[in-house]
Every structure is written in C-alpha cells, then in structure tokens.
Write a protein that binds this ligand. Sequence first.
Ligand code: ATP
Length: 137
Amino acid sequence: SDRTFTMIKPDAVANGYIGAILAKINKAGFRIVAMKYTKLTKDQAMKFYEVHQERPFYGDLTDFMSSGTIVAAILEKDNAVADFRKLIGATNPAEAEEGTIRKEFAESMSRNAVHGSDSDENACIEGAYHFSGTEIF
Ligand code: ATP
C-alpha cells in the first residue's frame, strides 16, 4: 500500500512535540513502518533541499534543518502522500487550516515542525535514503 516519508523537524523535537505529533499521525490512520532519531549534516540538508538552492532562504533553511535532532519516519496509508500533505497543512502555519499539524505545532514558515514528501517518487527516494530494508516493517 502507499507510503510517504516524514521528518519531525528540529523545532518540534526541541519543543517536545514528538509524542503529540505521532499521536496525530496515528489518529489520522497512518501506520509508522519505520522511525528513528537522526540528524542531518549541513551537506545532507543542502542536498535534500537542492530544489531551493537559488532561493534567498536556502542558507537559513539548511542551517536550521541541520541544527538539531530530527525524527525520520516512513508512514503507510492509502493515498499516503496526498493525505499526509493535507494533515500537515500549508507551508506557512499562518495559512494552515485548523486541525493540521503545522497549525498546532509550527512556529513559523521556516520552523514549521514537519516535512512530508511531495510525490510518490520522492517518498521512495527519501525513505530509502534513511532506512535499510531490515529497518522497515
Ligand atoms: P517541506 O519540503 O519541508 O515538507 P513544503 O513542501 O511545505 O515543506 P517547500 O516549498 O518544499 O515547502 O519548502 C521547503 C521548506 O522551505 C519549507 O518547509 C519552509 O520551511 C521553507 N520555505 C519555503 N518557502 C519559504 C519562504 N518564502 N521563506 C522562508 N522559508 C521558506
């Protein structure tokens, strides 16, 4: 069945929101098929957000994403990619709908609590980057 990849970002980990965010993810019908604490190096963050390399926020974004512990996870549900994007809400939490993860837990546009893959192809690439076969169930 369908899978997506998520990261609980350094702001949400530092703010102690891991449990509450995972509860919301479970309640929305996602099964956590892989999960770990990890940290991105600056180079890994730059690679991950490569599509934004010409944008003015690229330096700050990749500094932030490599600034602390994150939680990486693979989630399973029918229509996982689109349904998870809906659950996390708009990139800018000021525009995120009531009930979304970013509405509840994000601090700002740049410290917005969670990542969700934007396509099946990227979900697969991002998940495989962080987890080997024996770490996924
Ligand atoms: P993510 O890829 O982290 O799941 P997203 O898909 O909602 O987020 P993208 O457009 O891919 O949003 O942007 C990646 C990240 O870059 C955003 O999560 C946000 O933190 C940051 N970002 C995007 N646009 C801006 C902006 N205009 N100013 C500051 N930060 C931004």
